[in-house]
Design a protein around this ligand. Structure first.
Ligand code: ATP
Length: 437
């Protein structure tokens, strides 16, 4: 169950802003919370959807060579034998004999418990897959697993996608979906949770071309974070050394982000060679080779994988955007989210709740909401309303005032500079729509 642990002051502030503004809540909070499970509130679901949409557009809509897929979470148990997860998806676990806290043996110094100094048990392996039962009988034969990654759904559907799409190698399959891992030490808010979403793409290539495509995808994926507005100095590459490489990987690089709790992986780019298709061929008895018509030969393509987390991606955009800005008289908390992923694109305010201003503001609100997500607010002083929108990351605030009633113009306040300029109501869709697209 939920354990209250202070993460670090900056994360604490972000977590509390997320709760206050309706981005992220702890799961089952009224029952005391469920460890490492989080719910996305009204603004959070918009933000995460915008992150996912941006990925989907970059990886599928803008390309001719990648197809989409949405595979089931529950798969045939043999999939996990073939993939190596039943034998190998384990972490070494140690328990403290005194306080009973659990740790990943590879993350701590094994001399004594880091929380209470107590004696530790010997490490034992712990499989990270969640098990459940299919059908009404709880017996071994009905055990199924909650998928720990979305990738396997892509490999087993390689031929199903290839045939109707008439793609030719090189081509890819992309998928966004939930994955589950019974992590020993989840934490850091939505960074490491037991239920999370992945955005994965598997790119099938000729074995001889693997290095070329590996380099290509590294560059593409790095640039995607820049497109989201992430500061480049907060990103770096981490190359997996020989001792770090997963059993399936020929080469692997992580994109890391510098959080307040350190540099951490946010996405992996892997050269998986022909490991996956070879294993599924062997375990299913189905020939998963690709027939290259031009060369008149059959071969198992190599796979270049890009594997990102939607929740981690959402945490990155939140952490990167969060700022407590020192102003002349006070401090304002602002989320400098890229307008492209901000949950609300513009807020519309009447300066005061009289003289016909609310009616004009509501008309603007209803007109704009046909084009992008807008929010109407007439509660409290306008300065307070601006600050609420700064915390929500809303890039534009439109205010209807006395002058509006005379000349059909409004003020548009820009979140980052706080500058206000006057514009014709008729120009708002073009002015704002062009930037939030
Ligand atoms: P880590 O070393 O952080 O456990 P990993 O190397 O096991 O990660 P992968 O299996 O490569 O991670 O998963 C790909 C991506 O999925 C990660 O880069 C991350 O964005 C996301 N991810 C993995 N595990 C979790 C988790 N428990 N919670 C949230 N996101 C996760």
């Amino acid at each position: 169950m939920a354990k209250k642990k202070s993460i670090d002051p900056l994360m604490d502030k972000l977590v509390s802003l997320c709760k206050r503004r309706g981005f992220v809540f702890q799961s089952s909070e009224i029952y005391g919370g469920l460890g490492s499970c989080w719910d996305y509130g009204p603004l959070g679901v918009e933000l995460k959807n915008n992150v996912k949409r941006s990925w989907w557009e970059a990886m599928t809509h803008r390309r001719d060579d990648i197809e989409g897929l949405d595979a089931a979470i529950l798969m045939h148990p043999k999939v996990w034998e073939a993939s190596g997860h039943i034998d190998g998806f384990t972490d070494p676990l140690v328990d403290c004999k005194q306080c009973k806290h659990r740790f990943r043996a590879d993350e701590i110094d094994l001399v004594k418990c880091p929380d209470c100094g107590g004696e530790l048990t010997d490490p034992r392996t712990f499989n990270l897959m969640f098990k459940t039962f299919m059908g009404p009988v709880e017996e071994d034969a009905s055990v199924v697993y909650m998928r720990p990654e979305t990738a396997q759904g892509i490999y087993v559907n390689f031929h199903n996608v290839l045939q109707p799409s008439r793609q030719k190698v090189p081509f890819g399959i992309a998928q966004i979906g939930k994955a589950f891992r019974n992590e020993i030490t989840p934490g850091n808010f939505i960074f490491r949770t037991r239920e999370f979403e992945q955005m994965e793409m598997q790119y099938f290539v000729k074995p001889a071309d693997d290095q070329k495509w590996f380099d290509y995808w590294k560059e593409q994926r790095w640039n995607w974070y820049l497109e989201l507005g992430i500061r480049p100095e907060k990103l770096r590459w981490h190359e997996h050394g020989k001792d770090e490489l997963a059993h399936y990987a020929k080469a692997a690089y992580d994109i890391e982000y510098e959080f307040s709790f350190g540099w951490k992986e946010i996405e992996g780019i892997h050269n998986r060679a022909d490991f996956d298709l070879a294993r599924h061929t062997e375990h299913s008895g189905k020939d998963l080779r690709y027939f290259d018509q031009a060369a008149n030969e059959k071969y198992l393509p190599y796979i270049i994988e890009t594997s990102a987390g939607a929740d981690r991606g959402t945490l990155v955009v939140l952490a990167d955007a969060f700022e407590e800005e020192q102003l002349e008289k006070d401090t304002r908390t602002v989320l400098r989210l890229s307008p492209k992923i901000a949950p609300i694109k513009a807020a519309v305010f009447p300066l005061v709740k009289k003289e016909g201003m609310p009616e004009v503001a509501l008309k603007i609100y209803h007109d704009l909401k046909k084009h992008f997500k807008v929010f109407y607010d007439d509660g409290g002083a306008v300065g307070r309303r601006y600050r609420r929108m700064d915390e929500a990351g809303t890039p534009y605030c439109i205010t209807v005032d006395g002058q509006t009633l005379e000349d059909d113009t409004v003020t548009v306040r820009e979140r980052d500079s706080m500058e206000q300029t006057r514009h014709k109501i008729a120009e708002l869709v073009e002015l704002i729509g062009g930037k939030v697209g």
